[in-house]
Design a protein around this ligand. Structure first.
Ligand SMILES: Cc1cc2nc3c(=O)[nH]c(=O)nc-3n(C[C@H](O)[C@H](O)[C@H](O)COP(=O)(O)O)c2cc1C
Length: 205
């Protein structure tokens, strides 16, 4: 789909046709495309948990405050982020020329290793970017999605066996819609959001 149409067609789906399965191949193809997303220093903080099993979904339904799209959708993709991604710099930069390695590996260590708040910020930034890519990739392949942060992160982490350094960033439902999309909700006109050069200048010079 042309990006112009894709951007307009993507909507948050909350009502899925519960009888539709999604194959491993279809999920992988969406996640493979989304993995081309950018991340700071190419650290690729994202990890994905794909849940299709009814018993796991039913627990997630409870931990998502009974949002029914969790049980109706074909798969839930929990986008997670690795707080320790900076420790993987050696592996990620392994095949880079030595001047690149020598520059970036110590820099990554210096920036992240003693700053847990920045580690978390980066997980959220990368997780947000890859989540958006998943939603566009899915739409382009004919699947609808719904982003969700309405969940209890502690309970979800426990149920999905997340290690201590892996945070749930966002849950994405994936499936085929039961109903036609509703009218798009309010969007600010871009002019109301736009500032030129510095904040507060509504006019371009
Ligand atoms: C970070 C994030 C969290 C969201 N959490 C939920 C959620 O828990 N449940 C829900 O029904 N929708 C959730 N939404 C969907 C928003 O309500 C939706 O994106 C917004 O109303 C705009 O509608 P649209 O996506 O159809 O353009 C979330 C969206 C984002 C980006």
């Amino acid at each position: 789909m042309e990006f112009k149409n894709l951007a307009k067609a993507r909507r948050t789906e909350r009502s899925y046709d519960a009888g539709i399965d999604i194959s491993d191949a279809d999920v992988k193809s969406i996640l493979r495309l989304a993995s081309h997303s950018p991340s700071a220093f190419n650290l690729q903080h994202w990890r994905f948990i794909v849940t299709r099993d009814e018993s796991v979904k039913s627990d997630l339904y409870e931990y998502c405050y009974f949002q029914k799209q969790i049980v109706e959708c074909s798969a839930v993709v929990t986008v997670c982020g690795n707080l320790s991604a900076h420790l993987e710099a050696q592996e990620i930069y392994e095949y880079q020329p030595s001047e690149v390695k020598n520059k970036f590996i110590p820099m990554i260590d210096a920036i992240y290793s003693t700053d847990p708040a920045l580690q978390r910020d980066e997980v959220m930034r990368s997780g947000g970017l890859v989540s958006m890519s998943i939603m566009y990739a899915a739409k382009n392949e004919g699947w609808s999605t719904g982003p969700m942060i309405g969940f209890d992160p502690k309970k979800v982490s426990l149920r999905l066996n997340l290690e201590e350094n892996i945070l749930p960033v966002m849950m994405l439902t994936l499936g085929k819609p039961k109903n036609a999309a509703e009218e798009r909700a309010h969007r600010y006109p871009v002019e109301e959001l736009l500032h030129y050069e510095t904040y507060g200048n509504a006019r371009s010079s």
